[in-house]
Design a protein around this ligand. Sequence first.
Ligand code: NAD
Length: 491
Amino acid sequence: MSREQLVVQRARKSFQTGNTRRLEYRIHQLKGLLRFITERQKDIADSVKRDLGKSEHATDLFETVGLEGEIKLAIEKLAEWAAPRPVEKNLLTLLDEVYIQPEPLGVVLIIGAWNYPWAITLQPLVGAIAAGNAAVIKPSEVSSHSAKVMEELLPQYLDKDLYPVVTGGVSETQELLKQRFDHIFYTGNSTVGKLVMGAAARHLTPVTLELGGKNPCYIDKNCDLTIACRRITWGKFVNCGQTCIAPDYILCEPSIQDRVVEEIKKSIKEFYTDNPKTFEDYGRIINQRHFKRVMALMEGSTVAVGGESDESQCYIAPTVLKDVKETSKVMKEEIFGPLLPIITVSNVDEAIQFINEREKPLVVYVFTHDNKLIKRVRDETSSGGLLANDCLIHFTVSALPFGGVGNSGMGCYHGKHSFEQLSHLRSCLITQLKLEGVNSMRYPPHTAKKLSWARFFLLKQVNVCRLRRMALLAIFTGLAAFLVQRFLRRG
Ligand code: NAD
């Protein structure tokens, strides 16, 4: 029996003990996870520094603060999320209990990616624990230092059997994918996403695929270009452009292209100094393979800003490419690195057409003062999310479902959405063995009269809350009338 098989078997056995059905147990585990990220902050930051050259504060800001918020929210809201949810009834079920009961799915496989190795791997885990599942955690082998720290330290804070960490590369992931899971939560590129979905199909296992794509960013010529470009510079070059929701390319009219270049250049200098290579808040490309891939994407395009690189350090400067053609290499795949191409379009119609001719992205960005334009872009394009006049921050709003559509993924998470995604929403109807007479309309022999009664009972939706409110109102009105009458009589 392979190690992966054993781990999954152990997780399933632990799940079957029923411990995770108890909310106190889940909260205890969530508190363990919270303790892990607070007590082991330094180990986490060191590992990310070694993987991606990121500073400690940047790791706090982009990896653990969000995680902390998600865990605290889950602890606070768990009782509410897990409670039975009464639904509207029809006349036939008026006297019954009819509700949705969220229940755990079983054993979840979480496959993480390397670009934010902690946030991306542990945020789905928050949902898995909250929903009462066991979870096998597979961090990306590409961010090897983070994976090692996760494997060594996480089991000291969580139930080892229920939430095991499995490290290893493609072959280990493939071995895991042969096992039967109750849900697979994968973050990574679309090519592997298809393999994951194929493997899941063999067991009819549902999947969440958090994928990537090319996120367009349209800048309206009448907007405040200084602020817009400052925000775009931040969103693009944070983590060296290795962010799934980074703006991939800019669309703007030719008349503002040079100003956009100048403003971005100014912001790069403001954020990362004249020499980003020696500045601690500018990271590195994850490895030589990705370094070569990103460098190759620059071929054939005009560098307007940056362009410098150092292979020995996997360093690529924040780079802006101008007058980029849609046939250029850099437009053929998700960049996932610090290159920002600008493509000129004659107006917003052309920008919308450009976006719609391509795969649905994870996010569409639009910068403008014009609310009508924002609504137009929202209504005439499709993407996982839409963000106007800023970058990345929709990721921080736990109430927004985070995920893609079409080629950028399926399913979503964050906050309550993670809980829902990793729960089964079970339909429950509890009736009594009484009032059998009412049921005669559904028993044979079927007649026209019975059918008309059935239509009446089945097609009438009853909003119980409204009914209750109306009943209360009637009682209050009656009471008021009674009191007024007595008062008048005395007078
Ligand atoms: P990666 O190389 O770390 O791969 C992700 C996982 O897939 C790893 O755990 C790896 O073991 C596994 N894997 C790789 N090849 C495999 C194979 N042939 N069979 C089975 N498993 C395999 O990460 P990546 O794909 O380079 O990540 C970058 C991509 O992820 C980008 O496209 C980015 O946009 C996307 N991403 C999306 C989100 C999101 O939330 N939507 C977040 C981060 C990254």
